[in-house]
Design a protein around this ligand. Structure first.
Ligand code: ADP
Ligand code: ASP
Ligand code: MG
Length: 456
C-alpha cells in the first residue's frame, strides 16, 4: 500500500491542509490525491474541518447553557459524520469519533461547572484530533498507507494555554526518536495547532497555528520542503477578499513573506516562516482545490526584488499612548513601562515616541485567548504616567524591498490616501515594510486605494 519509493528516502515534504481543505469528504479526497501524487509527501499536518474550531471556541467559554452546549456538539458531530458517511469500512473510525465526542462532552460539562484555561485548550484540541484520524482513513481509501499520529508525543510546550510556546529542542529529539522511523513505510497524519505541557495537559499554539506546527515539524525532520495547502492559489499582492485586483505572487523571499504574515496576511500564521528560515526549507503555498494552478514559492533568495510586493492588513489593533513629563531628559521611564507590559505578557507591536509621550500598538485578535490589555494593566501604567487607550484601529503594512532607501515611497503611499486619517506611521526598522494605523471603518478602503496605486 505504501506510496513511498526508496529513491526518495532523503526527501521529505511536510504538507499542511487548512480547514477548508479538510472541510468535507470531497475536499479531503482532493488533498489525499495531492499526497499520493508526490511520493516525497511523508507527513501531513491537518487543521480542524472548517467551522469546527469556531464551535469549539464557543464551547470553551464560560456561561454556555446546556442547550447551547448540546447544539454546538451536534453541529461538530454533523460535520464529521457527513465525511464518515462517504467512507467505506468506517465502523472502527465511527467508534473512534464517538469516543472523542464523548470526551469532548465531558470536558464541556466540566468547563461549565468550573471554567479554566486548561480545559479550554483541551476542548479546542478536538477539531484536529478528529480531522487527523478521518484524513488518515481517506488516504487509506485511495491506497496510501496513512496513519494518524498524536502530535502531543513530540510537540512539547510550556503551560501558556492558548498561546503555548514549543520546546524546539525536545521536538527535534522526539521527531528523530519517535517519528522518523515511521516514515519509511507510512504517511503520517498529525494534528496542527495542539501540543502538550510537562504535566501532560493539552495546549494550543494560537488561532491559525497549524501552519506553524507544520513548519516546526518540517524543521525537526530536516524536511526538504513545506507545503501549505489552502483555499487560494498562493500568496497574493493583498487579501483577495479585499479587492479583486489582487494577484498571485510566483516567488517571494522569506523576509518579505515573514513581514506579510507578521502584519496580518491571514494566509500564513505569523510565526510560520521562522522555523523554515532557520533550516532554509523552501515553502510552497497553493490551493488544494486547484493544485494544477501552481502557487507561491517562498525561499531564501528570489530573482526579482520589487519595491512593492504586497499589502497586509491587521484589524482590531489597540493604540496606547503613555505621557509623562518625567520622560523628558530622564532615563529608566520606558524600562518601567515595559516592565509592566512584560509582567502581563503583553507584546508591543509598533512604537513611536515624542518628547514626553510614547505611542504603542497591541494586537487584539478576536477569539484569542492571549493576554489582553485589561484594566489591571492600565491601572498599573497609570501609577507611572497618563495613559490613553484607543480601540477600533487597523494596521496597514506595505511590504517590499529596500523600502527604507527608495526615493518617493512616502509620496506614493500617502498621496494615494487623501481623505484618510493616518494615525501612526512606522518605517525604518525593517527594509521590508512601512506601516501605519487607520480607523477600522476605513481599513478596506485604504488597502484598495493603495493597491490601485502601487500595483496598477
Ligand atoms: P487555512 O484554513 O487554509 O489555514 P486561512 O483562512 O487561514 O486558510 O488563510 C487563507 C485566507 O487568507 C485566504 O482565503 C485569504 O482570504 C486570506 N489572505 C489574507 N491575505 C492574503 C494574501 N496576501 N494572499 C492570499 N490570501 C490572503
Ligand atoms: N483549527 C485552528 C484554528 O481554526 C488552527 C488552524 O486552523 O490553523 O485556528
Ligand atoms: Mg490559516
Amino acid at each position: 500500500m505504501s506510496v513511498i519509493s526508496n529513491n526518495d528516502d532523503n526527501l521529505i515534504t511536510v504538507s499542511k491542509f487548512g480547514g477548508t481543505s479538510v472541510a468535507d469528504h470531497q475536499a479531503m479526497l482532493r488533498c489525499a490525491h495531492i499526497i499520493k501524487n508526490d511520493p516525497t509527501n511523508r507527513v501531513v499536518v491537518v487543521s480542524a474541518s472548517s467551522g469546527v474550531t469556531n464551535y469549539l471556541v464557543r464551547l470553551s467559554q464560560a456561561n454556555v447553557s446546556v442547550d447551547e452546549q448540546k447544539q454546538l456538539i451536534d453541529n461538530i458531530k454533523e460535520i464529521q459524520f457527513k465525511i464518515l458517511q462517504e467512507l467505506k469500512d468506517s465502523k472502527a473510525l465511527e467508534t473512534k469519533i464517538l469516543t472523542l465526542i464523548d470526551e469532548l462532552t465531558a470536558y464541556a460539562q466540566a468547563q461549565s461547572l468550573n471554567h479554566s484555561a486548561r480545559i479550554a485548550d483541551a476542548i479546542l484540541s478536538f477539531g484536529e484530533q478528529m480531522s487527523s484520524v478521518i484524513f488518515a482513513q481517506v488516504l487509506q481509501s485511495i491506497g496510501v498507507n496513512g496513519h494518524a499520529f498524536d502530535v502531543r508525543q513530540i510537540m512539547k510546550t510550556n503551560s501558556l494555554y492558548g498561546q503555548a510556546v514549543v520546546d524546539i529542542e525536545q521536538l527535534a529529539d522526539c521527531a528523530e526518536k519517535i517519528l522518523k522511523k515511521k516514515l519509511t513505510d507510512q504517511v503520517i497524519v498529525t494534528q496542527g495547532f495542539i501540543g502538550q505541557n510537562e504535566a501532560g495537559y493539552t495546549t494550543t499554539l494560537g488561532r491559525g497555528g497549524s501552519d506553524y506546527s507544520a513548519a516546526l515539524i518540517a524543521e525537526a525532520l530536516n524536511a526538504s520542503s513545506l507545503a501549505i495547502w489552502t483555499d487560494v492559489v498562493g500568496i497574493f499582492t493583498t487579501d483577495p477578499r479585499i479587492t479583486d485586483q489582487a494577484r498571485a505572487i510566483k516567488e517571494i523571499s522569506f523576509g518579505e513573506a515573514a513581514e506579510m504574515a507578521t502584519f496580518g496576511a491571514k494566509i500564513l500564521h505569523p510565526a510560520t516562516l521562522i522555523p523554515a528560515m532557520r533550516k532554509n526549507i523552501p515553502v510552497f503555498v497553493g490551493s488544494s482545490k486547484e493544485p494544477e494552478k501552481g502557487g507561491t514559492r517562498i525561499q531564501k533568495t528570489v530573482e526579482s526584488k520589487p519595491t512593492y510586493r504586497s499589502i497586509s492588513l491587521r484589524k482590531e489593533q489597540t493604540l496606547v499612548t503613555v505621557k509623562s513629563p518625567a520622560m523628558l531628559h530622564a532615563s529608566g521611564f520606558l524600562a518601567k513601562v515595559f516592565a509592566v507590559l512584560a509582567k502581563h505578557e503583553l507584546s508591543v507591536d509598533l512604537i513611536t515616541t515624542s518628547e514626553i509621550s510614547v505611542a504603542m500598538t497591541f494586537d487584539n485578535p478576536t477569539g484569542s485567548t492571549q493576554a489582553l490589555l485589561n484594566s489591571t494593566v492600565v491601572d498599573e501604567l497609570e501609577q507611572l504616567c497618563e495613559v490613553s487607550v484607543e480601540n477600533g484601529l487597523s494596521l496597514v503594512a506595505v511590504v517590499g524591498n529596500s523600502i527604507h532607501k527608495t526615493n518617493g515611497v512616502g509620496t506614493s503611499i500617502f498621496d494615494a490616501l487623501s481623505g484618510i486619517n493616518v494615525r501612526m506611521i512606522c518605517q525604518g526598522a525593517s527594509e521590508h515594510n512601512l506601516c501605519f494605523l487607520v480607523n477600522e471603518a476605513q481599513a478596506n478602503e485604504t488597502v484598495e486605494k493603495l493597491h490601485n496605486t502601487l500595483f496598477a
